[in-house]
Ligand binder design. Structure first.
Ligand SMILES: O=C(O)CCC(=O)C(=O)O
Ligand SMILES: [Fe+2]
Length: 299
């Protein structure tokens, strides 16, 4: 009798963490949703992250936020150049903003970024030894009449990379749902199987074929960098909070300058410092700040 899976190249980690079905869905749909009892990060730490993000949101905007009511005062957005959903009309409110560089703010976000289940699925997409961090952000979202507008902000994360895209992901992403995700609550949207088209999001198909990811608080969404995705506007009171831990192939530029500027002592303050440092790219050959090649000298 052949041992189960002996002819396939499933990693020891995939087998021991029992991730086969999530990996299959990633392969077929370009996205999977992992429930809290499988990634095991713990609901206490999910709630801890929500509370921290509400604190940061208040410090950044000057307005208190609650999960039930969103921002307690009216917020005015600065005029910015067009983002994911294009230019926001003057009479509309995006109802969302980003909190960046979470890995520098609290250990819980560093431990989240190396959650074994999330990292294993990402490494299956990008490659075990060549996976690195790109950025650690929170999408803070409340009731608003725009969100990303009618385009739903549909895009593929690895759009900056020239075509043709190969089979391996150049970027891959995790969105941790810190609150329940429902369509009317402004959930994530994606086109199943779109990672196999191997192109940036095409319109109008990306919007027409978009389906919501409805998932309970604590769920982990993992998706390929070629998967077309965006989000629905939040039509109901309250908030949708997520943490997006975004990863890259070692050869791809990171969003946050983690390699160059992430505080080394913070990298050591987490569940697995050696792994965290490797994902930061601290020991990578590139980019170098000073000449690093041996130079021959006169004998
Ligand atoms: O939920 C959203 O607003 C979209 C998230 C997204 O595009 C991403 O994490 O790459
Ligand atoms: Fe994205």
């Amino acid at each position: 009798m052949q041992e189960r899976n002996s002819a396939t190249k499933l990693s020891e980690e995939v087998r021991s963490l029992e991730l086969e079905k999530y990996l299959l869905q990633l392969e077929v749909d370009g996205l999977t949703v992992v429930p809290p009892e499988v990634h095991n990060f713990g609901m206490d730490r999910i709630d801890q992250m929500s509370a921290l993000i509400l604190e940061y949101a208040e410090a950044m905007t000057g307005t208190k936020f609650t999960l039930k009511d969103g921002p307690l005062s009216k917020l005015i957005f600065p005029e910015v150049k067009a983002g994911l959903g294009g230019q926001v009309p003057k009479d509309k409110s995006p109802g969302q903003f980003l909190i960046q560089q979470l890995g520098r703010k609290h250990r819980v976000f560093r431990d989240l970024a190396i959650n074994p289940v999330a990292l294993e699925l990402i490494r299956c997409l990008i490659g075990r030894k060549v996976t690195r961090f790109s950025s650690h952000n929170s999408f803070v979202k409340w009731q608003g009449d725009w969100g990303y507008g009618p385009s739903l902000g549909m895009h593929a994360d690895q759009t900056a990379m020239p075509l043709p895209w190969g089979r391996s992901a150049l970027n891959a992403n995790t969105n941790w749902c810190l609150t329940d995700y429902t369509k009317e609550g402004g959930s994530f949207a994606y086109v199943p199987g779109s990672h196999r088209f191997g192109t940036p999001a095409q319109y109008p198909q990306a919007v027409e074929k978009a389906v919501p990811i409805e998932a309970r608080k604590g769920s982990l969404i993992v998706f390929h960098g070629a998967t077309w995705h965006g989000a629905f506007p939040r039509e109901i009171p309250g908030m949708r909070l997520s943490v997006a831990n975004y990863y890259r192939h070692v050869g791809i530029q990171s969003q946050e300058d983690i390699n160059g500027t992430f505080p080394r002592e913070l990298a050591d303050d987490c569940d697995e410092p050696e792994l965290f440092r490797q994902l930061c790219g601290f020991n990578d050959a590139f980019p170098y700040a000073e000449p690093n090649q041996p130079v021959p000298q006169t004998a």
